[in-house]
Ligand binder design. Sequence first.
Ligand code: IVH
Length: 671
Amino acid sequence: MNQAEAQVRIAELREQLHTYNHNYYVLSQPSISDYDFDMLLNELITLEKKFPEFNDPNSPSQRVGSDINLEFNQVEHKYPMLSLGNTYSEEEIRDFENRIKKLIDGDVEYVCELKYDGTSISLTYQNGKLVQAVTRGDGVKGDDVTANVKTIRSVPLQLSGKGYPKEFEIRGEILMPFAVFNDLNEEREEIGEAPFANPRNAASGTLKMQNSSVVAKRKLDCYLYYLLGKEIPTRNHYSNLLAAKDWGFKIPANTAICKNIDEVIAFIKEWDENRDSLPVPVDGIVIKVNSLDMQEELGFTAKSPRWAISYKYKAERVSTKLEKVTYQVGRTGSITPVANLTAVLLAGTTVKRASLHNADIIQNLDLHENDTVYVEKGGEIIPKIVGVEISERSAEAQAIKYIEECPECGSNLVRKEGEANHYCPNDMGCPPQIKGKIEHFISRRAMDFDGLGEETIDLLFQKGLIKNIADLYSLTKEDIIPLERMGDKSAERILTSIENSKQVPYERVLYALGIRYVGITVAKKLAKAIPSIDKLAASTLEELIEVDEIGVKIAESIVEYFSGEYHQNLIAQLKEFGLQLERKIVENENASNTLEGLSIVISGSFSKFSRDELKEMIELHGGKNVSSISKKTSFLLAGEKVGPSKFEKVEKLGIGIKTEDEFLEMIGMHS
Ligand code: IVH
């Protein structure tokens, strides 16, 4: 491809990707498969690398972020970022109206919007391009977080349509959907990191991260609700929002125009009941005067506009008694204190337990024995204790004292500097850690054992048949059948899945080992950079830190893991049993030029290798992986579920089709 062709193709790809992105993240109407999207994006990234003269800071390729460490610059807001007055009752809403009526004659129309519970942001656009994103900061100055905001898919980098002002600001809220929040916390706890307290903290913490490629993975969302500038399209707030929607912004969902304050109050009531069903955190309603002329007449107080106010919902909160605090030991030895409560009904479910997360939380609550506590539940899974009723505390009650010894094995607990959680260091002898590690090993995302669950692991452990993950591989049918509820069939199923696990690729085995801070994403990065466990075990701290996305904390944990004799023996045993402890495709070792000159399109899902692996193999053998079928395509590498349109196209152009097995045979990898 020459320079001129590249320029045309780059422009074409950028436009397509902007559209697909908007359809997916703003309109929630996907118009292309994830895979095809990634293929176009990869093509763009490759072209941009090859032709850096066409770089554009607003290219869709910026969405993936970068590893460059950001130091945030402080930026002064052109217009200060004010907050809103809060109200909590119908009466206060009527007071708000009365204050308006004193300054404005005639009818006032209101716009009611959901009040999103995230962190506020101000975006500046020039000539339709996002040029700057600044946090609220102290309202006068904020942090320039442009690189991170560019990774948020619902924020347009390039506006569409016409009629947007040459320069304007738009303000809104960045938030983390509940599903993303719950997944993120689950993963954090799984790898031994302290969970975020709520989606708001998670969103603002993520926005301030120094590595934008990590931000890109956190799947933040953004709603925009306030336009500022000299050339705002209309004199009506709601119409301005609709214009912003046409330019590509995601505006508050379920917004209503209310003719009077009674309609406002009805809207508030309606959403008090419905907000639990929303996928994102909403903590109230914002009420705004619709007319910008009226807004100007009303003006601002020192802190907030007179033309808008927020109504905050009270989170459902109940009080109950703290019966005792117990402590759970996770598979990495991390200790989680749990409040055991007198059962109480909250938001439709009976609550008996609440996580206290760590010692600091207990200390901040100043929790005492038998305290009466307040429990709240947001959209998160786990209810939390938000306060203590001190007036009901008896004079003799003792403060809760955090344990010093492991409740399971009696070892002295440790707490590393700068970490929130206490740990039990006895990872080889503490029962829940041993069982937890085995359970993690067999879990779906790790080795994916079929037919073996927590209960069976517990029985096998109690009978002394397994003490670590390697012991699973010497289990026999005679070991399993005598266990409760086990028959011949189920024993066979377990043995088959143990046998099959020997084919699980290296990156998942690495994740399955349960090294602290090595989640599935980190395991993939490691496996890609360091192709075998022997090489990984021999890597120094400095070498590990060189790897993409591996920081000091992860590197230290890996070095520590492989330094002990116990783990060295364990790995040696796993090797004996035939597990995959190196990447199947080792760069350059198997390389050939079998596929030289061939353009290959991959489509569908495959059973033996992932698409990425197949792509790598094509390249390794001199071929080229391309995203769309054309006259020049040599063949279609087809898995299952290939769309009918692809087949039609292939047939029309007379292009051959190869199955996964046929392809592997071609490159001499067929077993
Ligand atoms: S309007 C000058 N609309 O709530 C008025 N704010 O308590 C600007 N918020 O700082 C704010 N959803 O971070 C507005 N639909 C919405 C909102 C909203 C959430 C946040 C925003 C603001 C805070 C005020």
